[in-house]
Design a protein around this ligand. Structure first.
Ligand SMILES: NC(=O)c1ccc[n+]([C@@H]2O[C@H](COP(=O)([O-])OP(=O)(O)OC[C@H]3O[C@@H](n4cnc5c(N)ncnc54)[C@H](O)[C@@H]3O)[C@@H](O)[C@H]2O)c1
Length: 477
Protein backbone atom coordinates (compact mmCIF):
# COMPACT_ATOMS: atom_id res chain seq x y z
CA UNK A 1 0.00 0.00 0.00
CA UNK A 2 1.48 3.32 -1.07
CA UNK A 3 0.91 6.65 0.64
CA UNK A 4 -0.43 8.99 -2.01
CA UNK A 5 -1.80 12.50 -2.25
CA UNK A 6 -4.07 14.01 -4.84
CA UNK A 7 -4.11 17.77 -5.27
CA UNK A 8 -7.52 19.08 -6.35
CA UNK A 9 -10.85 17.50 -5.46
CA UNK A 10 -12.68 18.22 -8.72
CA UNK A 11 -14.04 15.83 -11.33
CA UNK A 12 -10.64 14.23 -11.93
CA UNK A 13 -9.03 14.68 -8.50
CA UNK A 14 -11.90 13.38 -6.42
CA UNK A 15 -12.41 10.37 -8.66
CA UNK A 16 -8.66 9.69 -8.71
CA UNK A 17 -8.45 9.95 -4.91
CA UNK A 18 -11.44 7.67 -4.29
CA UNK A 19 -10.35 5.13 -6.88
CA UNK A 20 -6.72 5.02 -5.68
CA UNK A 21 -8.15 4.31 -2.21
CA UNK A 22 -10.27 1.57 -3.78
CA UNK A 23 -7.06 0.11 -5.26
CA UNK A 24 -5.77 -0.22 -1.69
CA UNK A 25 -3.67 2.91 -1.24
CA UNK A 26 -3.81 5.49 1.53
CA UNK A 27 -4.85 8.78 -0.05
CA UNK A 28 -4.77 12.35 1.20
CA UNK A 29 -6.78 14.66 -1.02
CA UNK A 30 -5.75 18.32 -0.84
CA UNK A 31 -8.30 20.96 -1.81
CA UNK A 32 -7.93 24.74 -1.50
CA UNK A 33 -11.61 25.59 -1.82
CA UNK A 34 -12.77 25.79 1.82
CA UNK A 35 -16.43 25.29 0.96
CA UNK A 36 -15.68 22.15 -1.02
CA UNK A 37 -13.49 20.90 1.76
CA UNK A 38 -16.18 21.39 4.39
CA UNK A 39 -18.71 19.58 2.25
CA UNK A 40 -16.33 16.71 1.51
CA UNK A 41 -15.47 16.23 5.15
CA UNK A 42 -19.16 16.11 5.94
CA UNK A 43 -19.64 13.40 3.31
CA UNK A 44 -21.49 15.76 0.97
CA UNK A 45 -20.08 15.47 -2.55
CA UNK A 46 -19.72 18.76 -4.46
CA UNK A 47 -20.13 17.00 -7.83
CA UNK A 48 -22.50 14.43 -9.26
CA UNK A 49 -20.78 11.34 -10.60
CA UNK A 50 -22.38 7.89 -10.55
CA UNK A 51 -20.85 5.57 -7.93
CA UNK A 52 -18.53 8.22 -6.49
CA UNK A 53 -20.44 9.01 -3.29
CA UNK A 54 -20.38 5.34 -2.29
CA UNK A 55 -16.61 5.04 -2.86
CA UNK A 56 -15.82 8.26 -1.01
CA UNK A 57 -17.93 7.34 1.97
CA UNK A 58 -16.54 3.77 2.07
CA UNK A 59 -12.94 4.97 2.16
CA UNK A 60 -13.53 7.86 4.52
CA UNK A 61 -14.91 5.28 6.90
CA UNK A 62 -12.08 2.77 6.50
CA UNK A 63 -9.52 5.57 6.90
CA UNK A 64 -7.98 5.18 3.42
CA UNK A 65 -9.21 8.55 2.19
CA UNK A 66 -9.06 11.88 3.93
CA UNK A 67 -9.47 15.48 2.90
CA UNK A 68 -7.34 18.41 3.92
CA UNK A 69 -6.38 21.92 2.90
CA UNK A 70 -2.94 21.57 4.44
CA UNK A 71 -0.03 20.63 2.20
CA UNK A 72 2.08 19.80 5.26
CA UNK A 73 0.16 16.53 5.44
CA UNK A 74 2.02 15.13 2.44
CA UNK A 75 5.37 14.84 4.21
CA UNK A 76 5.21 11.00 4.25
CA UNK A 77 3.86 10.63 0.76
CA UNK A 78 5.51 8.59 -1.99
CA UNK A 79 3.69 10.27 -4.86
CA UNK A 80 1.52 13.34 -5.30
CA UNK A 81 -0.96 13.46 -8.16
CA UNK A 82 -1.82 16.91 -9.46
CA UNK A 83 -5.38 17.23 -10.78
CA UNK A 84 -5.99 20.98 -10.82
CA UNK A 85 -7.58 22.98 -13.66
CA UNK A 86 -5.78 24.00 -16.84
CA UNK A 87 -8.35 26.40 -18.30
CA UNK A 88 -8.08 28.29 -21.59
CA UNK A 89 -6.44 31.68 -21.57
CA UNK A 90 -7.96 34.40 -23.76
CA UNK A 91 -5.62 33.44 -26.60
CA UNK A 92 -6.63 29.78 -26.36
CA UNK A 93 -3.44 28.53 -24.74
CA UNK A 94 -3.70 26.39 -21.60
CA UNK A 95 -3.21 28.23 -18.33
CA UNK A 96 -0.80 26.05 -16.35
CA UNK A 97 -0.56 28.44 -13.41
CA UNK A 98 -2.70 26.20 -11.15
CA UNK A 99 -0.32 23.33 -11.79
CA UNK A 100 2.72 25.45 -11.06
CA UNK A 101 1.05 26.84 -7.95
CA UNK A 102 0.34 23.31 -6.72
CA UNK A 103 3.99 22.35 -7.31
CA UNK A 104 5.15 25.45 -5.38
CA UNK A 105 2.84 24.56 -2.50
CA UNK A 106 3.90 20.95 -2.19
CA UNK A 107 7.66 21.26 -2.67
CA UNK A 108 8.39 22.53 0.89
CA UNK A 109 6.88 19.30 2.29
CA UNK A 110 8.19 16.83 -0.29
CA UNK A 111 10.53 14.11 0.91
CA UNK A 112 13.46 13.18 -1.36
CA UNK A 113 12.46 10.70 -4.04
CA UNK A 114 8.85 11.84 -4.11
CA UNK A 115 7.13 11.55 -7.49
CA UNK A 116 5.06 14.47 -8.72
CA UNK A 117 2.51 12.94 -11.06
CA UNK A 118 0.78 15.38 -13.40
CA UNK A 119 -2.74 14.20 -14.14
CA UNK A 120 -4.02 17.56 -15.35
CA UNK A 121 -4.06 17.95 -19.12
CA UNK A 122 -1.03 20.12 -19.81
CA UNK A 123 0.75 21.38 -22.93
CA UNK A 124 3.56 19.26 -24.26
CA UNK A 125 6.71 20.13 -22.38
CA UNK A 126 5.05 21.08 -19.09
CA UNK A 127 6.34 18.08 -17.14
CA UNK A 128 9.83 18.63 -18.55
CA UNK A 129 9.58 22.27 -17.49
CA UNK A 130 8.46 21.40 -13.95
CA UNK A 131 11.24 18.80 -13.66
CA UNK A 132 13.95 21.42 -14.12
CA UNK A 133 12.43 24.10 -11.89
CA UNK A 134 15.09 24.95 -9.31
CA UNK A 135 13.03 24.10 -6.19
CA UNK A 136 11.98 20.78 -7.72
CA UNK A 137 15.54 19.80 -8.56
CA UNK A 138 16.79 20.93 -5.16
CA UNK A 139 14.11 18.87 -3.41
CA UNK A 140 15.27 15.76 -5.28
CA UNK A 141 11.81 14.89 -6.60
CA UNK A 142 10.95 13.47 -10.00
CA UNK A 143 8.12 14.43 -12.35
CA UNK A 144 5.89 11.99 -14.18
CA UNK A 145 3.10 12.59 -16.67
CA UNK A 146 0.03 10.42 -16.14
CA UNK A 147 -2.76 11.97 -18.21
CA UNK A 148 -6.32 11.08 -17.32
CA UNK A 149 -8.78 9.80 -19.93
CA UNK A 150 -11.92 9.35 -17.79
CA UNK A 151 -15.26 10.63 -19.05
CA UNK A 152 -17.58 12.55 -16.78
CA UNK A 153 -20.73 10.57 -16.19
CA UNK A 154 -18.81 7.27 -16.17
CA UNK A 155 -15.70 8.51 -14.40
CA UNK A 156 -15.45 5.87 -11.66
CA UNK A 157 -15.97 3.08 -14.16
CA UNK A 158 -13.44 4.59 -16.54
CA UNK A 159 -10.81 5.01 -13.84
CA UNK A 160 -11.14 1.44 -12.60
CA UNK A 161 -11.55 -0.11 -16.05
CA UNK A 162 -9.51 2.10 -18.33
CA UNK A 163 -8.66 1.33 -21.94
CA UNK A 164 -5.05 2.08 -21.01
CA UNK A 165 -2.94 3.78 -18.38
CA UNK A 166 -0.35 6.14 -19.81
CA UNK A 167 2.83 6.87 -17.91
CA UNK A 168 5.30 9.40 -19.21
CA UNK A 169 8.55 9.20 -17.29
CA UNK A 170 12.18 10.10 -17.72
CA UNK A 171 13.47 7.19 -15.65
CA UNK A 172 12.67 3.50 -15.60
CA UNK A 173 12.32 3.54 -11.83
CA UNK A 174 9.66 6.26 -11.88
CA UNK A 175 7.74 4.40 -14.58
CA UNK A 176 7.91 1.18 -12.55
CA UNK A 177 6.81 2.93 -9.33
CA UNK A 178 3.70 4.42 -10.96
CA UNK A 179 2.97 1.19 -12.83
CA UNK A 180 2.84 -0.61 -9.48
CA UNK A 181 0.15 1.73 -8.20
CA UNK A 182 -2.10 0.58 -11.01
CA UNK A 183 -0.95 -3.04 -10.95
CA UNK A 184 -4.33 -4.44 -9.92
CA UNK A 185 -6.11 -2.87 -12.91
CA UNK A 186 -6.79 -5.06 -15.91
CA UNK A 187 -5.47 -2.59 -18.48
CA UNK A 188 -2.48 -2.12 -20.72
CA UNK A 189 0.07 0.22 -19.22
CA UNK A 190 1.89 2.28 -21.80
CA UNK A 191 5.15 3.80 -20.60
CA UNK A 192 6.59 6.48 -22.85
CA UNK A 193 8.48 9.74 -22.54
CA UNK A 194 6.72 12.66 -20.86
CA UNK A 195 6.12 14.67 -24.02
CA UNK A 196 4.50 11.79 -25.88
CA UNK A 197 2.22 11.12 -22.91
CA UNK A 198 1.15 14.77 -22.84
CA UNK A 199 0.56 14.89 -26.59
CA UNK A 200 -1.38 11.61 -26.52
CA UNK A 201 -3.98 13.13 -24.20
CA UNK A 202 -4.59 16.10 -26.49
CA UNK A 203 -4.60 13.86 -29.53
CA UNK A 204 -7.28 11.59 -28.08
CA UNK A 205 -9.60 14.47 -27.26
CA UNK A 206 -8.99 16.20 -30.58
CA UNK A 207 -9.67 13.01 -32.51
CA UNK A 208 -12.92 12.32 -30.63
CA UNK A 209 -14.12 15.88 -31.24
CA UNK A 210 -13.14 15.53 -34.89
CA UNK A 211 -15.28 12.43 -35.34
CA UNK A 212 -18.33 14.20 -33.94
CA UNK A 213 -17.80 17.39 -35.94
CA UNK A 214 -17.18 15.30 -39.03
CA UNK A 215 -20.48 13.43 -38.60
CA UNK A 216 -22.25 16.72 -37.99
CA UNK A 217 -20.94 17.93 -41.32
CA UNK A 218 -22.14 14.70 -42.90
CA UNK A 219 -25.54 15.29 -41.26
CA UNK A 220 -25.99 18.50 -43.27
CA UNK A 221 -25.10 16.66 -46.44
CA UNK A 222 -27.54 13.89 -45.47
CA UNK A 223 -30.37 16.37 -45.00
CA UNK A 224 -29.64 18.09 -48.27
CA UNK A 225 -29.32 14.87 -50.23
CA UNK A 226 -32.24 13.17 -48.53
CA UNK A 227 -30.31 10.46 -46.68
CA UNK A 228 -30.37 9.44 -43.01
CA UNK A 229 -27.19 10.19 -41.06
CA UNK A 230 -28.04 7.64 -38.36
CA UNK A 231 -28.05 4.88 -40.96
CA UNK A 232 -24.87 6.23 -42.50
CA UNK A 233 -23.18 6.24 -39.08
CA UNK A 234 -24.26 2.67 -38.42
CA UNK A 235 -22.90 1.51 -41.75
CA UNK A 236 -19.54 3.23 -41.50
CA UNK A 237 -19.26 2.22 -37.84
CA UNK A 238 -19.42 -1.44 -38.82
CA UNK A 239 -16.17 -0.96 -40.67
CA UNK A 240 -13.58 -2.31 -38.25
CA UNK A 241 -11.11 0.32 -39.37
CA UNK A 242 -13.56 2.99 -38.18
CA UNK A 243 -15.60 1.52 -35.32
CA UNK A 244 -18.97 2.75 -34.06
CA UNK A 245 -18.05 5.22 -31.30
CA UNK A 246 -18.45 8.98 -31.56
CA UNK A 247 -20.32 9.00 -34.85
CA UNK A 248 -23.64 10.39 -33.62
CA UNK A 249 -24.83 13.61 -35.18
CA UNK A 250 -26.54 16.24 -33.04
CA UNK A 251 -26.05 19.47 -31.23
CA UNK A 252 -22.31 18.91 -30.96
CA UNK A 253 -19.76 18.43 -28.24
CA UNK A 254 -19.09 20.46 -25.12
CA UNK A 255 -17.66 19.92 -21.67
CA UNK A 256 -14.67 21.28 -19.87
CA UNK A 257 -12.12 19.43 -21.96
CA UNK A 258 -12.82 19.21 -25.70
CA UNK A 259 -13.12 22.96 -26.31
CA UNK A 260 -10.14 23.96 -24.20
CA UNK A 261 -7.97 21.06 -25.28
CA UNK A 262 -8.59 21.72 -28.95
CA UNK A 263 -7.69 25.36 -28.47
CA UNK A 264 -4.65 24.52 -26.39
CA UNK A 265 -3.34 22.01 -28.92
CA UNK A 266 -3.81 24.52 -31.73
CA UNK A 267 -2.11 27.17 -29.67
CA UNK A 268 0.93 25.11 -28.69
CA UNK A 269 1.24 23.98 -32.32
CA UNK A 270 1.03 27.55 -33.62
CA UNK A 271 3.62 28.73 -31.11
CA UNK A 272 5.94 26.13 -32.52
CA UNK A 273 5.27 26.94 -36.15
CA UNK A 274 2.76 24.18 -36.96
CA UNK A 275 -0.50 24.95 -38.82
CA UNK A 276 -3.64 23.21 -37.58
CA UNK A 277 -6.37 23.70 -40.21
CA UNK A 278 -8.18 20.51 -39.18
CA UNK A 279 -8.37 21.50 -35.50
CA UNK A 280 -9.69 24.94 -36.43
CA UNK A 281 -12.40 23.44 -38.63
CA UNK A 282 -13.44 20.93 -35.97
CA UNK A 283 -13.96 23.77 -33.50
CA UNK A 284 -15.83 26.00 -35.93
CA UNK A 285 -18.07 23.15 -37.11
CA UNK A 286 -19.10 22.62 -33.53
CA UNK A 287 -19.98 26.27 -33.04
CA UNK A 288 -22.01 26.23 -36.26
CA UNK A 289 -24.10 23.39 -34.91
CA UNK A 290 -25.33 25.50 -31.99
CA UNK A 291 -25.94 28.45 -34.27
CA UNK A 292 -28.02 26.27 -36.59
CA UNK A 293 -30.12 25.02 -33.69
CA UNK A 294 -30.67 28.57 -32.41
CA UNK A 295 -31.53 29.81 -35.89
CA UNK A 296 -34.04 27.02 -36.34
CA UNK A 297 -35.73 27.76 -33.03
CA UNK A 298 -35.78 31.51 -33.68
CA UNK A 299 -37.41 30.87 -37.00
CA UNK A 300 -39.98 28.56 -35.43
CA UNK A 301 -41.09 31.26 -32.97
CA UNK A 302 -40.55 34.35 -35.12
CA UNK A 303 -44.24 35.14 -35.59
CA UNK A 304 -45.05 34.75 -31.91
CA UNK A 305 -45.27 37.60 -29.46
CA UNK A 306 -43.18 37.02 -26.33
CA UNK A 307 -41.96 33.62 -27.50
CA UNK A 308 -40.93 30.93 -25.06
CA UNK A 309 -38.49 28.11 -25.84
CA UNK A 310 -38.10 25.21 -23.43
CA UNK A 311 -34.75 23.45 -23.19
CA UNK A 312 -34.57 20.00 -21.68
CA UNK A 313 -31.08 19.12 -20.52
CA UNK A 314 -28.37 21.60 -19.57
CA UNK A 315 -25.44 19.42 -18.58
CA UNK A 316 -23.01 19.02 -21.47
CA UNK A 317 -23.91 15.36 -21.48
CA UNK A 318 -26.08 12.99 -19.40
CA UNK A 319 -25.07 11.72 -15.95
CA UNK A 320 -23.11 14.78 -14.95
CA UNK A 321 -24.01 18.11 -13.41
CA UNK A 322 -21.22 19.84 -15.32
CA UNK A 323 -22.33 22.65 -17.63
CA UNK A 324 -18.89 23.81 -18.71
CA UNK A 325 -18.99 24.24 -22.50
CA UNK A 326 -22.60 23.08 -22.51
CA UNK A 327 -24.20 23.19 -25.99
CA UNK A 328 -27.58 23.77 -24.30
CA UNK A 329 -26.35 26.92 -22.60
CA UNK A 330 -24.73 28.05 -25.85
CA UNK A 331 -28.09 27.86 -27.62
CA UNK A 332 -29.90 29.42 -24.64
CA UNK A 333 -27.55 32.38 -24.77
CA UNK A 334 -28.17 32.92 -28.47
CA UNK A 335 -31.94 32.74 -27.93
CA UNK A 336 -31.80 35.19 -25.04
CA UNK A 337 -29.86 37.63 -27.22
CA UNK A 338 -32.86 37.63 -29.55
CA UNK A 339 -35.32 38.33 -26.77
CA UNK A 340 -36.69 34.82 -26.45
CA UNK A 341 -37.71 33.66 -22.99
CA UNK A 342 -35.89 30.43 -22.21
CA UNK A 343 -37.21 27.95 -19.68
CA UNK A 344 -35.02 25.03 -18.83
CA UNK A 345 -34.88 21.83 -16.88
CA UNK A 346 -32.09 19.44 -15.98
CA UNK A 347 -32.15 16.68 -13.37
CA UNK A 348 -28.77 17.61 -11.86
CA UNK A 349 -27.31 20.72 -13.47
CA UNK A 350 -29.79 23.46 -12.54
CA UNK A 351 -27.64 25.05 -9.85
CA UNK A 352 -24.50 25.07 -11.98
CA UNK A 353 -26.43 26.38 -15.00
CA UNK A 354 -28.07 29.18 -13.02
CA UNK A 355 -24.63 30.42 -11.99
CA UNK A 356 -23.52 30.64 -15.62
CA UNK A 357 -26.71 31.99 -17.20
CA UNK A 358 -28.96 33.56 -14.56
CA UNK A 359 -31.33 35.05 -17.15
CA UNK A 360 -32.85 31.65 -17.91
CA UNK A 361 -36.03 30.58 -16.12
CA UNK A 362 -35.00 27.31 -14.45
CA UNK A 363 -37.62 24.74 -13.52
CA UNK A 364 -37.26 21.68 -11.35
CA UNK A 365 -39.80 19.72 -13.35
CA UNK A 366 -39.63 19.14 -17.12
CA UNK A 367 -43.40 19.55 -17.56
CA UNK A 368 -43.26 22.90 -15.85
CA UNK A 369 -40.56 24.01 -18.31
CA UNK A 370 -42.74 22.89 -21.22
CA UNK A 371 -45.96 24.46 -19.99
CA UNK A 372 -46.90 27.22 -22.45
CA UNK A 373 -43.68 26.86 -24.48
CA UNK A 374 -43.73 27.53 -28.22
CA UNK A 375 -40.87 25.20 -29.04
CA UNK A 376 -38.80 22.54 -27.33
CA UNK A 377 -35.12 21.76 -27.69
CA UNK A 378 -33.98 18.43 -26.31
CA UNK A 379 -30.35 19.30 -25.66
CA UNK A 380 -29.06 16.55 -23.34
CA UNK A 381 -30.24 12.98 -23.68
CA UNK A 382 -31.04 12.26 -20.04
CA UNK A 383 -32.97 9.00 -19.93
CA UNK A 384 -35.91 10.57 -18.11
CA UNK A 385 -36.73 12.61 -21.23
CA UNK A 386 -37.31 9.49 -23.31
CA UNK A 387 -40.38 8.62 -21.28
CA UNK A 388 -42.15 11.95 -21.21
CA UNK A 389 -45.93 11.84 -21.44
CA UNK A 390 -46.07 13.42 -24.90
CA UNK A 391 -49.85 13.73 -24.83
CA UNK A 392 -49.57 15.80 -21.69
CA UNK A 393 -46.75 17.79 -23.29
CA UNK A 394 -48.87 18.44 -26.39
CA UNK A 395 -51.73 19.72 -24.26
CA UNK A 396 -49.51 21.99 -22.19
CA UNK A 397 -47.24 23.45 -24.89
CA UNK A 398 -48.45 26.52 -26.78
CA UNK A 399 -46.57 25.56 -29.95
CA UNK A 400 -45.75 22.18 -31.44
CA UNK A 401 -42.13 22.43 -32.55
CA UNK A 402 -39.72 19.84 -31.18
CA UNK A 403 -36.03 20.01 -32.08
CA UNK A 404 -34.37 16.78 -31.05
CA UNK A 405 -30.79 17.89 -30.54
CA UNK A 406 -29.58 14.36 -29.90
CA UNK A 407 -31.57 12.33 -32.44
CA UNK A 408 -33.01 10.14 -29.68
CA UNK A 409 -36.76 10.74 -29.65
CA UNK A 410 -39.41 8.77 -31.49
CA UNK A 411 -40.01 11.23 -34.31
CA UNK A 412 -42.72 9.12 -35.92
CA UNK A 413 -44.73 9.04 -32.72
CA UNK A 414 -44.31 12.75 -32.16
CA UNK A 415 -45.54 13.55 -35.65
CA UNK A 416 -48.53 11.28 -35.15
CA UNK A 417 -49.29 13.28 -32.03
CA UNK A 418 -49.22 16.49 -34.03
CA UNK A 419 -45.76 17.82 -33.24
CA UNK A 420 -43.45 19.36 -35.82
CA UNK A 421 -40.46 17.13 -35.17
CA UNK A 422 -36.97 17.97 -36.37
CA UNK A 423 -33.64 16.30 -35.77
CA UNK A 424 -30.19 16.37 -37.30
CA UNK A 425 -29.40 14.87 -40.68
CA UNK A 426 -32.24 12.51 -41.28
CA UNK A 427 -33.20 13.73 -44.74
CA UNK A 428 -36.32 15.03 -46.42
CA UNK A 429 -37.81 11.52 -46.61
CA UNK A 430 -38.94 12.43 -43.19
CA UNK A 431 -40.18 15.88 -44.04
CA UNK A 432 -43.60 14.52 -44.74
CA UNK A 433 -44.21 16.41 -47.96
CA UNK A 434 -41.01 15.94 -49.88
CA UNK A 435 -40.30 19.65 -49.76
CA UNK A 436 -36.99 20.95 -51.02
CA UNK A 437 -34.39 20.67 -48.31
CA UNK A 438 -33.12 23.84 -46.82
CA UNK A 439 -29.66 25.07 -47.39
CA UNK A 440 -28.83 25.07 -43.74
CA UNK A 441 -29.92 21.60 -42.86
CA UNK A 442 -32.35 21.62 -39.98
CA UNK A 443 -32.73 25.34 -39.97
CA UNK A 444 -35.30 27.62 -41.40
CA UNK A 445 -38.33 25.58 -42.45
CA UNK A 446 -41.32 27.81 -43.17
CA UNK A 447 -43.54 28.29 -40.17
CA UNK A 448 -46.37 25.84 -40.45
CA UNK A 449 -44.43 24.09 -43.22
CA UNK A 450 -42.90 20.69 -43.45
CA UNK A 451 -42.41 18.37 -40.55
CA UNK A 452 -39.26 16.37 -40.69
CA UNK A 453 -40.83 13.09 -39.74
CA UNK A 454 -43.36 11.04 -41.63
CA UNK A 455 -46.67 12.72 -41.99
CA UNK A 456 -47.21 10.99 -45.34
CA UNK A 457 -46.76 7.45 -44.23
CA UNK A 458 -43.06 7.33 -44.93
CA UNK A 459 -41.24 4.94 -42.66
CA UNK A 460 -40.62 6.54 -39.28
CA UNK A 461 -37.26 6.37 -37.63
CA UNK A 462 -37.65 3.04 -35.99
CA UNK A 463 -34.12 3.28 -34.66
CA UNK A 464 -34.71 6.68 -33.11
CA UNK A 465 -37.20 5.24 -30.70
CA UNK A 466 -36.70 6.00 -27.07
CA UNK A 467 -33.53 3.99 -26.61
CA UNK A 468 -30.46 5.52 -25.05
CA UNK A 469 -27.90 5.57 -27.83
CA UNK A 470 -25.27 2.96 -27.13
CA UNK A 471 -22.65 5.30 -28.41
CA UNK A 472 -23.60 8.90 -28.18
CA UNK A 473 -21.62 11.66 -29.73
CA UNK A 474 -22.10 13.41 -26.43
CA UNK A 475 -20.33 10.85 -24.31
CA UNK A 476 -17.19 12.82 -24.32
CA UNK A 477 -13.95 12.77 -22.33
N1 LIG B 1 -13.22 16.78 -16.24
C1 LIG B 1 -12.82 15.78 -17.02
O1 LIG B 1 -13.60 14.99 -17.52
C2 LIG B 1 -11.36 15.59 -17.28
C3 LIG B 1 -10.93 14.40 -17.88
C4 LIG B 1 -9.57 14.22 -18.10
C5 LIG B 1 -8.67 15.22 -17.77
N2 LIG B 1 -9.13 16.37 -17.22
C6 LIG B 1 -8.15 17.38 -16.84
O2 LIG B 1 -7.95 17.30 -15.42
C7 LIG B 1 -7.70 18.60 -14.87
C8 LIG B 1 -8.70 18.91 -13.76
O3 LIG B 1 -9.98 18.95 -14.35
P1 LIG B 1 -11.31 18.90 -13.44
O4 LIG B 1 -12.44 18.82 -14.39
O5 LIG B 1 -11.16 17.87 -12.39
O6 LIG B 1 -11.25 20.35 -12.77
P2 LIG B 1 -12.17 20.89 -11.56
O7 LIG B 1 -12.26 22.33 -11.76
O8 LIG B 1 -13.41 20.07 -11.47
O9 LIG B 1 -11.33 20.57 -10.25
C9 LIG B 1 -10.12 21.15 -9.94
C10 LIG B 1 -10.01 21.29 -8.44
O10 LIG B 1 -8.69 21.71 -8.10
C11 LIG B 1 -8.79 22.62 -7.00
N3 LIG B 1 -7.55 23.38 -6.95
C12 LIG B 1 -7.12 24.37 -7.76
N4 LIG B 1 -5.90 24.78 -7.41
C13 LIG B 1 -5.52 24.03 -6.34
C14 LIG B 1 -4.36 23.97 -5.54
N5 LIG B 1 -3.30 24.76 -5.78
N6 LIG B 1 -4.33 23.10 -4.51
C15 LIG B 1 -5.39 22.28 -4.27
N7 LIG B 1 -6.52 22.30 -5.00
C16 LIG B 1 -6.58 23.14 -6.05
C17 LIG B 1 -10.02 23.44 -7.33
O11 LIG B 1 -10.51 24.12 -6.21
C18 LIG B 1 -10.95 22.34 -7.84
O12 LIG B 1 -11.70 21.76 -6.81
C19 LIG B 1 -7.75 19.57 -16.05
O13 LIG B 1 -6.45 19.75 -16.56
C20 LIG B 1 -8.57 18.81 -17.07
O14 LIG B 1 -8.29 19.18 -18.39
C21 LIG B 1 -10.44 16.57 -16.94
Amino acid sequence: MAQLAVVGAGYVGLVTAACLAELGHGVTCIEVDEQKLTRLRAGDLPIHEPGLAELVSKHQLDGCLRFTGDYAQISDNDSVFIAVPTPSRENGSADTSYVLQAVDSLIPYAKRGLLIVIKSTVPVGTADYVAVMAPVMEAGVEVVSNPEFLRQGTAVYDFLQPDRVVIGASSLQAAVDITQLYASLDAPIVAVDRRSAELAKYTANALLATRISFMNEISHIATTLDANVDDVARIVGLDRRIGPAFLRAGLGWGGSCFPKDLLALSSVAANNGCDTPILQAVYRTNELQRERAARFLLDAVQAIQDPVVAILGLAFKPNTDDVRGSPALGVAQLLRRHGVTVRAHDPFALVNASRVLPEVDYRTDPYSALDGADALLLATEWEEYYDLDWILVRESMRGKTVLDGRNVLNGGLLVELGFRYWSFGRGTNHNGNGSTPHENDIALPPIGGATQANANGAKPHQDAIAQPPALSGADVE
